[in-house]
Design a protein around this ligand. Structure first.
Ligand code: UN1
Length: 513
């Protein structure tokens, strides 16, 4: 309760001061269209939120449409200035928002702060970008002609985000969309609506201070029904969705059926390759953080460790020394590395995967237990598991959103390790630890890693915002965040201008009139 009060006060989120269609009742009781939010940290009821109805959805879209007419006329650098102000507010609220992320989602406070830092970083990036929405100019083949291309705002961007990065992934999308002149409608995960509401309230301050309509950034708290409405709605030219491959296939199909644009950031099955030339001290740090950090609930979490046979036993022994002593506990506590899983369903999924992989012939080396006792009454704290397995096992082929690390042995050349790494349906993040240039370059070659992210001597998780983020195959192919990911939020137009007194046709076509 102390945490809730503190968060309420510092973030200024008050009851009956709803963001669009979001009735927030602190500690209140549920009515038929509401959802109670309990913290995975201590099982306390944090708040109750009303879920939007299809009528609420219509209101939100109308509000967004109106705001778009105003917003797309604001010069891009001025839009950047609004994002700059939001970034400054986030600096001000960093600790309290980071704490709320930690309390509502369960990641450790350090990671909660890190998540808000990602938001601040993307704001800074977007501010610079607002003066760099460049197109090319081209030389026309015709005399007295000139060609260029320009990028225009697209419209309403639908953002469907997941519980594990409840605010950062939204901000990657929303801040780029904002400088691009789009308005957005954000449907956060139903599991983590409060962090979203907090972000909306902080944004509202900026919008009010600048006399802009709140409809530039819309929030809708709803269930899968609202997500389906968004995917099928041709008033939303772009849907950016983060979550499971199963969800992404549905969203992608619905958006594709109306020829809309979908930016999908879906499941990963990320591997680290440890060759015989790896610096094992740095490698183990990356492996442990990648596998157990965020309790294995990042889409970039390390799920497979592909180890050269010559160092396999040493790695196994070193991990077996580290795993039993991992600091697991209240993520807001000091020196904790592993917090809880998001809910009991996730715990069931964790245990089911461990059972299944053992039935397939895998060996559970350590972990897998649900912690009990005073600090762990929620039943959401688990011991991260290490499993010896084969890459071809069905369970290993799937993404289980929990801290399970599969140890897979390879022999011979690094090409064999790369084939194992690529031998899954997902293609998000990958890494190699090696000090041998031939091996690292083979990993980065066109015939190397098939993932959207390929790192050398760095783990699979924890990407910086400056690069484009996303992956191939079942990961969905979308790219968000840095580099030129902004282009998907804009429509591209090619302009040919004739300043001569003639009308020559392209390709030299002649005709008489
Ligand atoms: C996600 O899990 O959906 O690279 C995003 C990382 C973070 C983002 C993860 N910067 O691990």
């Amino acid at each position: 309760q102390i945490i809730i009060e503190e968060i309420k006060n510092t973030l200024g989120i008050q009851e009956n001061n709803p963001a669009y269609s979001t009735g927030l009742i602190w500690g209140g009781t549920a009515n038929k269209n509401s959802k109670t939010i309990y913290s995975p940290v201590d099982g306390q009821l944090i708040a109750t939120v009303n879920l939007a109805t299809p009528e609420d959805y219509e209101t939100v879209i109308k509000t967004a449409q109106q705001a778009f007419e105003q917003w797309r006329r604001v010069p891009a650098p001025k839009r950047g200035d609004i994002v700059r102000q939001y970034g400054n507010k986030l600096r001000q609220y960093k600790e309290s928002l980071g704490k709320l992320v930690s309390y509502e989602m369960g990641k450790i406070y350090q990671e909660g702060l890190g998540e808000v830092q990602e938001m601040i970083d993307i704001c800074d990036f977007a501010v610079g970008l607002s003066r760099q929405l460049h197109g090319f100019t081209m030389h026309s083949e015709r005399p007295g002609h000139r060609m260029y291309e320009q990028y225009h705002s697209l419209g309403i961007v639908g953002i469907i985000s997941a519980f594990n990065f409840p605010v950062a992934v939204w901000s990657w999308n929303a801040m780029l969309a904002a400088v691009c002149g789009d308005v957005c409608v954000w449907k956060p995960s139903e599991k983590t609506p409060l962090t979203a509401i907090a972000c909306q309230h902080i944004l509202k301050e900026v919008l009010v201070e600048n006399n802009l309509p709140e409809g530039v950034f819309n929030l809708i708290i709803g269930d899968a029904e609202i997500g389906a409405l968004m995917a099928a709605d041709d008033r939303l030219p772009l849907i950016s969705a983060t979550g499971s491959t199963r969800m992404g296939k549905k969203v992608g199909a619905a958006v594709g059926a109306r020829l809309g644009r979908a930016l999908l950031e879906l499941g990963g099955n990320n591997a680290i390759i440890l060759t015989e030339h790896a610096n094992l001290d740095i490698a183990l740090r990356a492996v442990v953080f990648g596998a157990v950090g965020t309790c294995g609930q990042r889409c970039t979490s390390t799920r497979r460790l592909i180890i050269h046979a010559s160092i396999y036993e040493e790695i196994k022994e070193r991990l077996l020394k580290i795993y039993p002593g991992l600091p697991i506990g209240n993520p807001l506590g000091d020196n904790i590395l592993v917090g809880p899983l998001i809910d009991k369903n996730a715990v069931t999924g964790f245990q089911a995967a461990l059972k299944a992989v053992q039935e397939e012939g895998g060996t559970l080396l350590t972990g897998g237990e649900i912690l009990s006792g005073e600090e762990f009454e929620t039943g959401t704290y688990v011991k991260p598991a290490l499993v010896e397995a084969e890459n071809t096992f069905k369970t290993v082929q799937e993404e289980t959103f929990a801290p399970i690390l599969y140890l897979i042995k390879y022999t011979g050349d690094v090409e064999n390790a790369i084939a194992i790494q690529n031998g899954v349906r997902q293609g998000l993040s990958s890494a190699i630890f090696s000090t041998n240039l031939g091996q690292t370059e083979a990993f980065l070659a066109a015939w190397g890693s098939d993932c959207g992210i390929a790192n050398v001597n760095i783990g699979t998780s924890g990407a910086e915002i400056g690069g484009a983020f996303g992956g191939e195959k079942d990961t969905g192919g979308g790219r968000e965040s840095g580099s030129d990911a902004w282009k998907v939020y804009m429509r591209r137009q090619t302009n040919t201008i004739n300043f001569s007194q003639e009308l020559p046709l392209a390709q030299g076509i002649k005709f008489d009139l």
